[in-house]
Design a protein around this ligand. Structure first.
Ligand code: CMP
Length: 148
């Protein structure tokens, strides 16, 4: 198994429903470990940059509106096969399609208000973690240091 890091965002709908703690527990209970976290109210430019690959899709503008509506919690998690593992914990984009027991099945409303985002590949995880965090904001639990 590959030791990986992934970027998870607890989205505005989940924080406003006060289920952030339960979502964090779901990752902790699945062999993942928190290495960084930031409470952040994203602006339009940030959301447009983060979701650049979706620009032009019919759901893009409402997605930007939603993601700027209230604060999020951006987090970096690590563990064995963290990217795949986190996506299993999260479930399908549309909560109606998500498996029983997944975060989106439990806490999402629809495929826009879907509670969380999780990186979909090693490359995206690197880009997305760097989007929110400097190296000095990610904790290394083995060496007990923040890298400079
Ligand atoms: P996320 O995993 O953050 O990645 C892109 C986001 O776009 C996705 O979660 C949803 O919030 C949103 N999204 C993707 N597909 C749709 C859709 N068909 N309708 C509305 N929103 C969508």
């Amino acid at each position: 198994m590959n030791q990986e890091r992934t970027l998870i965002i607890i989205k505005p709908d989940a924080l406003s429903k006060k289920v952030g703690g339960r979502i964090i527990s779901a990752f902790e209970e699945n062999n993942l470990r928190l290495v960084g976290a930031k409470f952040i109210h994203l602006g339009r430019e940030q959301v447009e940059q983060f979701y650049a690959e979706h620009r032009g899709k019919e759901f893009y503008e409402p997605l930007v509106q939603f993601m700027t509506s209230n604060p999020c919690l951006a987090m970096a998690w690590e563990g064995p096969d963290a990217i795949k593992r986190a996506r299993e914990v999260i479930g399908a984009t549309d909560p109606a399609q998500a498996k029983e027991g997944t975060v989106r099945r439990n806490y999402a409303t629809d495929n826009r208000h879907n509670a969380v985002h999780g990186s979909d590949s090693v490359k995206s995880a690197e880009r997305e973690i760097a989007f929110f965090f400097t190296a000095a904001e990610i904790f290394d639990w083995e060496d007990k240091i923040y890298k400079k």
